[in-house]
Write a protein that binds this ligand. Structure first.
Ligand code: WT7
Length: 631
């Protein structure tokens, strides 16, 4: 492949080309993939509807590009190295040939179970090889995968399965997480109570537990695999056919199904992977993200496999059996490129240097960060103690909706500046917008981050509700894609992400809508109203602070807190547990009834001296009460 940029000068030149003649630029890159039929037109777009089509009428199957095309030259090369939660359990390795075979077998299982092109398959699996195999098996036969992170609760699953109208779920008996074992299948059973769309539940065996198997609905994967052969032709897909739906939180209560399509996403995940990490043929690459999030989709599964890389998948957590687990795995497999989240870095940093100093980490060449702003302290710790100051640290900014990395240094090529994501990738045209919706052209400025031109990996729609896609991303600033983030641009054109400017909070790199958490809290019968805001948290980046009005002030606040947490765990999952819950008798509202979150945010930050103008409040006294009771 000849599209890996080799120097900063080349980057600047390529960037110019990508902006001046985007169609020729992307056509040239797309040529290097396997197409069943070439496209008629590279790009068709408007941001008004929006309607974006890349590689119009092109036909392909992404798994032929991830697997089949490598068989000749890389058939015996490792595609996947899987490391279990327990370091004493044996790891698994699959070559490209073996992975190809596994995917074809799984695809045949899906077909035998009635799945056809266009059907939605929800995948609720832990980080085991079957997760990657299931994703690719769906893509093989043209079924649309929707992976649901295995930490979500039954209610959260039910909403997603319902919205996607999925006919099949792939899950497991249970999962391992540090010292814990969690009965996953039981969660699915609960999620499916009252569901009418799901015909089949395919259960992979991980723990060997006896589980409830519903007659006529549930089947064991290992039984199904006995019935199939290992050949499965790749379905011909249109470039704009849906590849997957991935649910993510927005500023309303209901998560949206972000839709990515086959052609553009393929080109984008591969291009960004190679360039950002400067991937080389023999590199062992490890992304610690769960496949349940977009990072796992693009940079654990698709990007690396499209590039013919060896990708590492880890079932466990960074702190089990101890806080040296990541570094032990790096040494064990000789990992060259390591991609993780700031929250993991901060928690390992807090665990002390001994854990990292016990390992050599000599194999590392490139370090990446993703999911939230990386603070300077964490950046330096990562750079000094993990990278030994010889590995570029790339801070990659992007979103579920962008499909792949948008702003980042190219490792070893672009200048690095701690806590700055850096320059846009070729094809990415960021602009900053001021309060009045006008573009800010100068440097050393701050504004709302938007994109003025489509890139191949851009969101196409929100599943089942195109207007929602329009409203969420394309309506604020007509003609632009709005990211929801605020950003600064320095004198050299490098971007620094400040954070969300909408009602979305980012906890340990996971996105939640404040409304979504409020909905869960309000389910409690004693709760009258609630307001949730984010506040700075040392490890998680942002913590969750909830202000709650109950029908009467709770006699036993801790007891009530536990009940509220229970309600959130039930409706969303443990990952959305609030850090602080303050009971209040009222909320600061304007006369029109709007909650002034600005004030609540300040109080949550412990910043109570500069609350700004509170004169427009319905009841300014409530602010004093809230400050007094702040946690
Ligand atoms: C939001 C997107 C990108 C995959 C994981 C999260 C924040 C992401 C960075 C970064 C500062 C970042 C933004 C963005 N974010 N990466 N390098 N620096 N902020 O995907 O769940 O779709 O969340 O995460 O606020 O909008 P996501």
């Amino acid at each position: 492949m000849n599209y890996t940029i080799k120097s900063f000068e080349e980057y600047q030149q390529v960037y110019q080309e990508s902006v001046q003649n985007p169609e020729a630029f992307w056509a040239n890159i797309a040529e290097q993939f396997v197409w069943k039929k070439k496209w008629d037109k590279v790009l068709d777009w408007n941001f008004e509807e929006p309607n974006v089509k890349w590689f119009v009428n092109g036909k392909l199957n992404i798994t032929e590009n991830c697997l089949d095309r490598h068989l000749q030259s890389r058939g015996n090369k490792l595609a996947l190295i899987w490391e279990p939660n327990d370091p004493k359990e044996r790891f698994i390795r699959y070559t490209y040939r073996e992975l190809h075979e596994k995917v074809c077998q799984m695809a045949n299982v899906l077909k035998n179970n009635g799945i056809k092109k266009g059907d939605r398959v929800c995948i609720y699996l832990p980080m085991i090889p079957e997760l990657m195999i299931s994703v690719l098996a769906c893509a093989r036969i043209g079924a649309i995968h929707s992976v649901i992170f295995a930490g979500f609760s039954a209610n959260a699953i039910a909403d997603r399965v319902q919205d996607a109208q999925a006919s099949v779920i792939i899950t497991s008996d249970g999962l391992n997480r540090g010292t814990k074992q969690i009965p996953v299948k039981r969660v699915i059973d609960e999620a499916l109570e009252g569901n009418t769309s799901v015909q089949r539940v395919i259960v992979a065996e991980r723990l060997g537990w006896a589980v409830n198997m519903e007659d006529g609905r549930d089947v064991w994967l290992h039984e199904e695999l006995k019935k199939v052969d290992k050949d499965c032709p790749a379905e011909e897909m249109d470039a704009e056919d849906m590849l997957f739906v991935l649910y993510t939180s927005g500023s309303t209560g209901k998560p949206k199904g972000v839709v990515h399509t086959c052609g553009g996403y393929m080109v984008w995940s591969d291009y960004t992977f190679r360039n950002v990490f400067q991937y080389q043929e023999s590199d062992i690459y490890w992304c610690t993200a769960d496949v349940g999030w977009i990072t796992g989709h693009s940079y654990l599964v698709y990007g690396p496999l499209l590039s013919g890389a060896t990708t590492v998948m880890f079932e466990g957590i960074p702190t089990y059996p101890d806080a040296g687990r990541f570094w032990q795995i790096v040494d064990k497999f000789g990992v060259n490129i390591f991609y993780t989240a700031p929250t993991a870095i901060r928690s390992l940093m807090a665990a002390g240097l001994d854990h990292v100093l016990s390992y050599s980490l000599d194999s590392l060449k490139v370090l990446g960060s993703v999911g939230e702003p990386i603070n300077e302290e964490a950046w330096h710790w990562y750079n000094i103690h993990v990278g030994k100051e010889r590995c570029p640290v790339v801070d990659t900014w992007w979103q579920t909706e962008t499909g792949g990395i948008m702003l980042s240094a190219l490792a070893g090529i672009s200048p690095l500046k701690p806590s700055h994501a850096g320059h846009p990738l070729p094809g990415v045209q960021p602009i900053l917008i001021d309060q009045n919706g006008q573009e800010i052209k100068e440097n050393e400025v701050e504004g709302y981050l938007c994109m003025k031109f489509p890139w191949p990996g851009i969101i196409r729609t929100t599943y089942g509700d195109h207007e929602r896609c329009h409203q969420s991303y394309f309506a604020n600033y007509p003609g632009l894609y709005f990211t929801g983030d605020g950003a600064k641009r320095d004198k050299n054109g490098m971007y620094r992400i400040i954070g969300r400017v909408d009602d979305v909070i980012n906890v340990s790199g996971h996105r939640f809508g404040t409304a979504e958490i409020e909905n869960a809290i309000n389910q409690h019968k004693k709760v009258v109203e609630s307001a949730v805001v984010g506040f700075p948290h040392d490890i998680k980046g942002q913590g969750i602070y909830a202000y709650v009005i109950c029908d009467e002030l709770p006699q036993n606040p801790d007891h009530m807190r536990a009940e509220i947490i229970e309600s959130i765990v039930e409706h969303i999952g443990k990952i959305a547990k609030p850090d602080k819950i303050q009971f209040v008798s009222g909320l600061p509202k304007t006369r029109s009834g709007k909650i002034m979150r600005r004030i609540l945010r300040k109080v949550a930050e412990g910043e109570t001296t500069s609350l700004g103008d509170t004169s427009t409040l319905l009841d300014p006294n409530i602010v004093d009460e809230i400050i007094e009771g702040a946690l």
